[in-house]
Design a protein around this ligand. Structure first.
Ligand code: PEP
Length: 256
């Protein structure tokens, strides 16, 4: 596989953190630190922070994303936000299928697929999360599970539309736990995902697909992880809330 054919992307997932005022402060601090990045840089932020972050990121190399979207364009879905609404604001990215959404809010592979479809139809780029629990890893089903999650999430997605899909491999046991997958484990599963793309689409599509690793990535372990042949950057939770840490990971991906 030819790493040069695809762009590494470092995306921050701020989760349920930062008021609009705090968000402005953080994005202003990140901006100069990542201005010379040689990789994609994205910050995915709470809905209420989007306006202020979009405004602050204007003219910079930082893409702005949301952390979820609904599958319908509009309607009686109290508390939800549609992909169309996000796109109309100028949002470019959306995380879909994060394990916290699957775990705490009952999202399934089927609803993940519906959300992916809606996001693509609205013109957004999707950061699609897949990954196994510790129990599933110990049962030896990681490869099958991640392949299945990927295939279902991408149902009805054309090869052309894959240019607006980034896949984030996030082992649930490594998210927010301080336990990082070894670089070999991360690469092995990212490679499985790439092989799944090759089987469903073709080799070209697989070679072009950006596949991130996510799970306690930090300045101290980022360089080794992003240097793996099938790892194209990372989805960063905790460390994306500190400008210096996030910038150090962007630097590692720029050099890796
Ligand atoms: C995440 O939430 O996507 C994530 C990877 O979190 P953390 O980096 O904190 O493990």
């Amino acid at each position: 596989m030819n790493k040069a054919k695809r762009q590494a992307v470092i995306a921050g997932n701020w989760k349920m953190n930062k008021t609009p005022a705090e968000a402005k402060e953080l994005i202003e601090a990140i901006k100069p630190l990542v201005a010379d990045a040689n990789c994609g840089v994205v910050c995915c932020v709470p809905y209420v922070d989007l306006s202020v972050v979009l405004e602050a990121a204007k003219g910079s190399n930082i893409g702005v994303g949301a952390e979820n979207c609904h599958w319908a364009k509009s309607g009686a879905f109290t508390g939800e936000v549609s992909a169309e609404m996000l796109a109309s604001m100028g949002v470019q990215y959306v995380i879909i299928g994060h394990s916290e959404r699957r775990q705490y809010f009952g999202e399934t592979d089927v609803t993940v697929n519906q959300r992916v479809r809606a996001a693509l139809d609205a013109g957004l780029t999707v950061i699609l999360c897949v990954g196994e629990s510790l129990e599933q890893r110990e049962q030896g089903v990681t490869s099958e599970l991640v392949a299945m999650q990927t295939k279902i999430a991408l149902g009805g997605v054309s090869k052309d539309e894959l240019s607006r899909i980034i896949i984030a491999y996030e082992p649930i046991w490594a998210i927010g736990t301080g336990k990082t997958a070894t670089s070999e484990q991360a690469n092995e599963v990212c490679k499985t995902i790439r092989e799944t793309i090759a089987a469903v689409y073709d080799e070209d599509a697989a070679e072009a697909m950006t596949i991130q690793y996510g799970g306690s990535m930090k300045p101290g372990n980022a360089a080794e992880l992003v240097a793996q042949p099938d790892v194209d950057g990372g989805l960063i939770g905790g460390a994306s809330l500190k400008a210096e840490d996030f910038a150090a990971i962007v630097k590692a991906a720029s050099e890796g």
